[in-house]
Design a protein around this ligand. Structure first.
Ligand code: FAD
Length: 467
């Protein structure tokens, strides 16, 4: 690796290169610290420099130069990933894409956009152009990029209607630059999308994204309180199953999450209240009222008719991983799990795990759709005791048939299905022959026979400085 030669070549080519130690350090961090396990392993990791391209041609220049000088490249949107996806484990170059943020084309049902566009800016552009909106976004809508969501995220607000990002139809096309002596630009669609979406930038840099759009609504945020978690869970499942009522979010919080961690909601709930957060289309509200009257539900807030003294803000900023963030702010010993309760009987499985683990673990459930069926994802809050106990809790979920997407691991496989993804590996062999893109994040590249029986420790990880 010849960092100095790469920097000089990039500066000579008029690429914006940042060498300021404080800003390089800050661009070398994401939300890995959500996990005490990752915090222990990755806190010291730092890149050597940050390169900021303004165009795809500059991305190509940077990749060509880094390839020539064997410099690792870790791509960055805005660094809100919480699996350490954007942490430059081997140092080298952080490729910061925030200046490639143009919305290039909006047509009925689809948009073409550069990767550095913030989700909120993309939504605003589509609404202003033709009353359309992105189908789904991470709850980091205000701060995260569309490129980071596609390369590092999984689903979010809208997934209760549209499913996960990986589901067919939720991405139309990706344009990708390879990391070779002479980088190639490839347009990828269809089944090949699986090679590069949710690949943490390990096998290509996404420079253009085409995704579908839906009609935009002025969504109404709602909070509904329940005496019991079981009632809240069943209500949410039934509501998401009710095809005539258009919703964009259905999130369930076990008590006392709302009382203890949601400052602006706390005055309106009791310690025993379970809470459901919803986003309902305005024309769906009469149907929602009729539906809700059939349950022991207490609507406590709706954004279009609120008399709360303090505005709680966007309802979706209580859900997905914002729940963890809010809990962490009150109790820094909290961490979390990412669990899939599946589609067979997610209500029964989530209840079972709750009965076995509450209050050490508090259930936070996101209702999703999967191939026409209702699925549930658990972003369960955990009172952290030790790594060993965390592993036990995860093993207990797996023993009960709940799938674990371990957020306490920095590799694609361990944060995914704990198996080699042959399509992503094959594409890396083709698109990144020297293994310079986000090194250390794809186990199968380094050790195709890895057994997954313990946490993977990438041998190339920067050494911790002596204490
Ligand atoms: P980054 O963190 O900068 O990057 C993410 C990954 O993508 C990295 O591996 C990076 O190398 C790679 N990457 C970025 N851009 C490119 C590119 N152009 N080409 C190739 N690779 C690229 N995630 C969800 O899925 N749903 C949620 O609802 C959600 N809620 C969250 C809430 C909070 C409070 C936090 C902290 C995180 C949440 N996340 C969620 C995780 C994360 O915010 C999202 O995945 C987000 O969209 C990432 O965008 P980013 O711009 O921050 O990407």
């Amino acid at each position: 690796m010849n960092i100095q030669a790469a920097i000089e070549a990039l500066q000579a080519a008029d690429i914006d290169v940042d060498l300021n130690a404080a800003s390089v350090k800050s661009k070398s961090r994401d939300f890995f610290w959500y996990s005490p396990v990752l915090k222990d392993r990755l806190d010291h990791v730092v890149a050597d420099f940050v390169a900021t391209p303004q165009t795809e041609a500059q991305v190509i220049d940077i990749l060509r130069t880094c390839y020539a000088h064997d410099v690792p490249v870790t791509t960055r949107g805005t660094g809100t990933g919480n699996y350490g996806q954007a942490m430059p484990l081997a140092g080298g170059c952080v490729l910061h894409l925030h200046k490639m943020n143009a919305v290039k084309e909006i047509a009925p049902g689809r948009v073409v956009v550069e990767p550095g566009c913030l989700l909120k800016d993309l939504d605003a552009a589509c609404i202003a152009d033709s009353g359309q909106e992105v189908r789904m976004f991470s709850s980091t809508w205000a701060t995260a990029t569309i490129g980071g969501f596609i390369a590092g995220g999984s689903g979010g607000v809208g997934s209760v209607r549209w499913g996960a990002l990986r589901d067919p139809g939720n991405i139309i096309r990706l344009r990708v630059v390879t990391m070779e002596e002479e980088p190639r630009v490839l347009d990828i669609s269809g089944d090949d999308l699986h090679r590069v979406s949710h690949a943490y930038g390990t096998n290509g840099i996404i420079t253009e994204i085409e995704i579908p759009l839906a009609p935009a609504y002025d969504w109404i945020g709602v909070f509904v309180a329940f005496d019991s978690f079981d009632e809240a869970l069943q209500y949410s499942y039934d509501l998401a199953s009710c095809d005539g009522i258009l919703i964009k979010l259905a999130t369930v919080f076990e008590a006392p999450i709302a009382k203890d961690y949601f400052q602006r909601i706390a005055p309106h709930v009791t310690q025993g209240d379970a809470l459901v957060a919803l986003m309902v289309a305005p024309h769906g509200m009469p149907g929602w009222e009729t539906f809700t009257a059939g349950y022991a539900a207490r609507p406590i807030y709706r954004s279009d008719k609120s008399d709360w003294r303090k505005d709680p803000g966007h309802v979706f900023e209580y859900g997905w991983n914002h729940t963890t963030l809010r809990a962490l702010k009150v109790d820094p010993s909290i961490t979390y799990l990412q669990i899939a309760y599946g589609t067979d009987d997610p209500v029964a499985l989530a209840r079972k795990m709750r009965d076995e683990l509450s209050p050490e673990c508090l259930q936070h459930i996101e209702v999703m759709r999967q191939n026409g069926r209702i699925a549930m994802a658990g972003l369960t809050l955990v009172k952290f005791q030790s790594e060993a106990r965390l592993d036990e809790i995860i093993a207990l979920h797996e023993a009960n048939g709940a799938m674990n997407f371990n957020p306490h691991r920095y590799t694609l496989e361990e944060g995914g299905r704990q198996a080699v993804d042959a399509r992503q590996l094959d594409f890396k062999r083709e698109a990144d022959p020297k293994g310079l893109l986000n090194p250390g994040k794809m186990i199968s590249w380094d050790d195709p026979d890895y057994s997954f029986d313990q946490m993977y420790a990438w041998p190339g990880l920067q050494a911790k400085p002596a204490a």
